[in-house]
Structures are given as structure tokens and as C-alpha cells.
Design a protein around this ligand. Structure first.
Ligand code: SF4
Ligand code: SF4
Length: 357
């Protein structure tokens, strides 16, 4: 695979712009941490879905369809204004495939205009030089691509082989931070792939993380001995990333239950394409309230609500947000799904499957 080891470098101008954007984002992240430690009244991280449709059809995924229309720009701006007014620090655009949204650049610009950190999760298939330059100009700060295997198969086309050219373009032209996520666990044919993907990510100057998939029943399952060795090697390679600061992934790898306080519905929100608030991508359906009607009191209740799925949770971004509050405010309320004000469209509670997040 000679072409996959090609080393590409950005121009001096791009490296200077990149250094500047990284430094500015780092300052904003430090402010975000200070604000989160000082008050528990605002969301730290929110996932928004401007586009449920996806150009791929990974067989494990429960987060896409092949027909949804893009959420109109004005509606996205209204939602972002509501989130900004709540004091939200970080917005991550997810999907479906967000790059299929025709006005995505404006969505990113609006996030930045409202003072929030702008990130995106994509399968990367629509990236080219022109699109990367547009994302630079819009003010994107973080981008994550999940790569499932080295060679595409019937489960997933998100492979190093299909995406390596796009990764090289990112290494050359992107001024935002790029993270490559690989996967280990149930259904992954060749665990060595995760290490090859992480090595390539680091070679191109990106950060790398590894996600662990639960089994088909949505349960935590320990990795085998060889998979655990690969897991530790990938974690070591990815030590520039935030995930090294917590041990939950090590617990997940060993199949151990994890003790933490999930603050979804409060410090973390998942806003679906219909504008409803959910705990997370894997627990859609609760509380199922339109964002415009989601009050500070509802957020506070969720902050203090114990989540029945926490001990066996594999959703890493919510666990990372949880670190900032795990030390305080025990959760002693029980989930009480609140009746939506208007009938939600096809709400589902999902304990199985996974997408990119
Ligand atoms: S995992 Fe990502 S790329 Fe694959 S179908 Fe789901 S949303 Fe699309
Ligand atoms: S699956 Fe994880 S992130 Fe989602 S609500 Fe349960 S504990 Fe929280």
C-alpha cells in the first residue's frame, strides 16, 4: 500500500494559519473549561443534525436515512441562537452526512458568529481541496472522520483505501484540527486495521482516537487479549487527544462497568433534525421536547437524573463532558420522560447500533 504511506506537507502559509487557528481554539477551549467548572447551568457540548440523509449505508449504523431533506438554514440558525442563548460552549455538527447540506458553510459561520466552538463529524467522502478551503473560510475548528477498515467491505466503505487521498488533502490544506477515529470490538474483522489507521493519522499530523463497539445486544463486551494490546498501542499513539485524560475507555476495553455521572439532557444535548432534544444518539426519544420549549428547569432536572444506561455506556463524547462534573452533585432523580408539547416524528429509543459519534 505504497500510496498510503506518502507523506504530504502543507505550505508555509497554511502552516502559519493552522498554528494561529489552533492557538485561538486552544484559548477558547481553556475558557470553556473554566466556564464549565464555574457553573453547571449551561450545556458544554451539543450535537446538531442539519442533514439526516447519508451518501453511505454502513450496515451497523442507526443514524441515517436515504431520503431526508436538509434542515433549512433559517431553522438551523434559530436552533443555534437558542443554544447560544443557553450559554452552549461547543457545537458539533453531525448526521447523516453533514457535507450533503447545501448551506453547511453558513451553519458553521453562524456557530462562530455566536461565539461557540465549531466542530463536525463527517465520513469525508465529499472532501476535496475546494471544500476544505471553504470549511477553512467558514471558521471550522475541529473535524473528525471515523475510518472502519483498511480495505472497504460489505459492512463499511469508510476505509483507509477509499479515504487516504482525502486525508492527504486535509494534511495539505486544512487549517482546522483533524482527528481520525478507528474502531475495535464486536464485528471488526481485523483488529490490526485500527493500528494501521492510527499510524497513518499520526503520520499525516492528525490526532487519533479509537472507539470500542458494543456487541449486537448493545452490551459492553471485553476485547480479546490481542485487541487489548492494539487498543493500548492506539491510545499511546493518540496521546495528544483529550481522551487520554480519562480511564473510561480502558474500562470499556476490559468490559468493566464504569462509574460516572452522565449529564446528558443538560451538559450534553443531542438535537435531531426535527429540533427535538434527546439524551444522546443512542438514547433517542428522551426527553423528546422541542428545543424552543426546553427550559433551564428541565436541563437542571436532567443534570440530577441518574441514567440507567451509564454503567455500560460506550458514547465517548458524553463521557468526556462528564469529567467536568463527575466530582460534584450526585444524581438522585429517576428518569421521568416528559410529555412532548407536540407529537414527535418517529421517536425511537435505541440501545444497539452505532454511527460516527
Ligand atoms: S456511520 Fe456515518 S457514514 Fe456510515 S451510514 Fe452512518 S452516518 Fe453514514
Ligand atoms: S447511552 Fe451513555 S451518553 Fe447516552 S444517555 Fe446513556 S449513559 Fe448517557
Amino acid at each position: 500500500m505504497a500510496e498510503e504511506t506518502k507523506v504530504v506537507r502543507a505550505s508555509v502559509g497554511t502552516r502559519l494559519r493552522r498554528g494561529l487557528r489552533f492557538a485561538r481554539t486552544r484559548v477558547r477551549e481553556l475558557r470553556m473549561i473554566g466556564k464549565a467548572l464555574a457553573s453547571t447551568k449551561h450545556p458544554i457540548l451539543v450535537h446538531v443534525i442539519p442533514m439526516r440523509q447519508c451518501n453511505l449505508a454502513c450496515t451497523y449504523c442507526n443514524e441515517y436515512d436515504d431520503f431526508s431533506k436538509p434542515v433549512p438554514l433559517e431553522e438551523m440558525k434559530t436552533r443555534l441562537n437558542l443554544l447560544s442563548d443557553m450559554g452552549t460552549s461547543i457545537i458539533t455538527i453531525s448526521g447523516g452526512e453533514p457535507l450533503m447540506h447545501p448551506e453547511l458553510d453558513e451553519v458553521i459561520r453562524h456557530i462562530r458568529r455566536r461565539g461557540m466552538i465549531a466542530g463536525m463529524i463527517t465520513n469525508g467522502f465529499y472532501l476535496n481541496r475546494e471544500r476544505i478551503e471553504r470549511l477553512n473560510a467558514a471558521g471550522l475548528e475541529h473535524l473528525q472522520i471515523s475510518i472502519d477498515n483498511v480495505v472497504p467491505d460489505e459492512v463499511s466503505k469508510k476505509s483507509l483505501k477509499t479515504l487516504d487521498g482525502r486525508l492527504e488533502m486535509l494534511a495539505q490544506y486544512a487549517v482546522f484540527q483533524v482527528n481520525i477515529n478507528s474502531v475495535l470490538g464486536s464485528g471488526v474483522k481485523d483488529p490490526e486495521d485500527a493500528l494501521k489507521i492510527a499510524q497513518r493519522a499520526v503520520q499525516l499530523g492528525f490526532t487519533s482516537t479509537v472507539g470500542i463497539i458494543h456487541d449486537n445486544n448493545g452490551q459492553l463486551k471485553p476485547l480479546g487479549e490481542h485487541e487489548q494490546e492494539i487498543f493500548e498501542a492506539v491510545m499511546e499513539l493518540g496521546k495528544r487527544s483529550f481522551s487520554r485524560f480519562n480511564d473510561f475507555q480502558h474500562n470499556v476495553a476490559r468490559g468493566k462497568e464504569h462509574e460516572w455521572r452522565c449529564r446528558s439532557g443538560s451538559r450534553y444535548l443531542y438535537i435531531c433534525e426535527d429540533g427535538l432534544v434527546h439524551w444522546c444518539s443512542q438514547q433517542r426519544g428522551y426527553p423528546g421536547i422541542p428545543l424552543a420549549q426546553y427550559t433551564p428547569e428541565m436541563r437542571h432536572r436532567e443534570y440530577l437524573t441518574e441514567k440507567f444506561c451509564a454503567a455500560r455506556c460506550t458514547v465517548s463524547c458524553v463521557q468526556q463532558v462528564g469529567i467536568l462534573d463527575n466530582w460534584r452533585d450526585p444524581q438522585n432523580l429517576k428518569p421521568m420522560p416528559m410529555a412532548p408539547a407536540s407529537p414527535p416524528a418517529e421517536l425511537v429509543q435505541i440501545g444497539q447500533g452505532r454511527g460516527d459519534s
